[in-house]
Design a protein around this ligand. Structure first.
Ligand SMILES: [Zn+2]
Ligand SMILES: [Zn+2]
Length: 329
């Protein structure tokens, strides 16, 4: 098959690659659409110690089953493969499964390819009326959905009344905004320092958002999402959060520093780390997308998989206005 292969730092090559081998319980998907995630960019730059070349990146995928059960069905893929038997899985928290594997990380190849092998239990059928490239974005939106669900559980006021702040207007930030909106939030601010992206957010968002280049210091937020995850954004989050408020941390920028732990202690601010989504979150998100609760996905740009390298370098140089690029094999 043809695949977009990460061959070395900052290099993706569209080339011939060995076909995926099906394990017991797998189906073979002919990939139709696959989104570029911030974590793919992280790997592309050589910053991800979990992803080594040669490797096929990409984990936000949808396509058609061409081998295995229910051949011909259009499906979206939950890329997180979990064991279902460890302590975390048994508690329904498969996202922190101790044996979890994510496609695009060894030993599982990713979806920037013509074909992908994935366990049948990891797919969800897409209704006929739903655009397959939107269904591919169940994954990043589900990250937001999960984060919003966790944030709400620690909030001491109804979500309808909460002032919500999202740091970072990429696809995860967008997933948080859409999920907040669908859960009834009415006051949502998104902060992003990229002017091109802010312009696009203003143009494309169907959710009523306040869009800014930096946090308004005079506003105290009940619920703050860090969808970037650098020490600088954590610092902003821990200052912007109201006493008794909640910080939900999703971004995987860097590992340490930034939080004002003394302020968080004195002001009883809850900090929640979140990672991906449970199978239930993934189901719920897919359903919300299928029911058009997540809008029309006009924040997405489509490009050909063979031009994938250029898509990465364009994102890197800040030239891409869309919150998400979806590649088409
Ligand atoms: Zn992702
Ligand atoms: Zn497990």
């Amino acid at each position: 098959m043809k695949a977009l292969v990460y061959t070395q730092e900052k290099t993706l090559v569209f080339q011939d690659y060995s076909d995926p081998k099906l394990a017991q319980g797998d189906v073979l998907i002919k990939v139709d659409s696959v989104g570029i995630c911030g974590s793919d960019m992280h790997a592309f730059l050589g910053h991800d110690s979990r992803r080594f070349p040669p490797l096929i990146l990409g984990h936000e995928a949808a396509g058609v089953i061409v081998e295995g059960i229910n051949k011909g069905t259009r499906v979206t893929v939950n890329p997180l493969v979990t064991c279902d038997v460890c302590d975390a899985c048994l508690r329904g928290r498969n996202n922190i499964c101790s044996n979890r594997q994510l496609i695009s990380m060894a030993p599982r190849e990713g979806a920037f390819a013509e074909y992908l092998a994935i366990p049948y239990k990891n797919i969800i059928a897409i209704p006929d009326n739903v655009n397959i490239s939107h269904a591919a974005l169940t994954e990043p939106v589900a990250c937001g959905w999960h984060a919003v669900k966790l944030g709400i559980t620690s909030l001491d006021i109804p979500i309808k009344k909460a002032k919500c702040l999202i740091i970072g207007g990429g696809a995860i930030g967008m997933g948080v905004a859409l999920s907040l909106n669908s859960k009834g939030a009415t006051n949502i601010t998104v902060v992003d320092n990229n002017p091109v992206r802010r312009g696009n957010l203003a143009k494309t968002s169907e959710v009523d958002l306040i869009i800014a280049d930096q946090v308004n210091q005079s506003v105290a937020y009940d619920l703050v999402f860090d969808a970037v995850g650098y020490s600088s954004t954590r610092s902003v989050a821990s200052q912007a959060c109201k006493p008794g408020g909640v910080i939900v941390h999703i971004g995987l920028g860097d590992s340490i520093e930034g939080l004002d732990v003394r302020r968080m202690t004195l002001q009883e601010i809850t900090f929640i780390g979140t990672y991906t989504y449970t199978p239930q979150d993934f189901q719920e998100t897919a359903l919300a997308i299928f029911n058009s609760e997540m809008g029309s996905f006009n924040w997405v740009e489509e490009r050909s998989l063979k031009d994938g390298h250029k898509a990465f370098t364009d994102i890197l140089s800040g030239q891409v206005a869309a919150s998400k690029i979806v590649l088409k094999p």
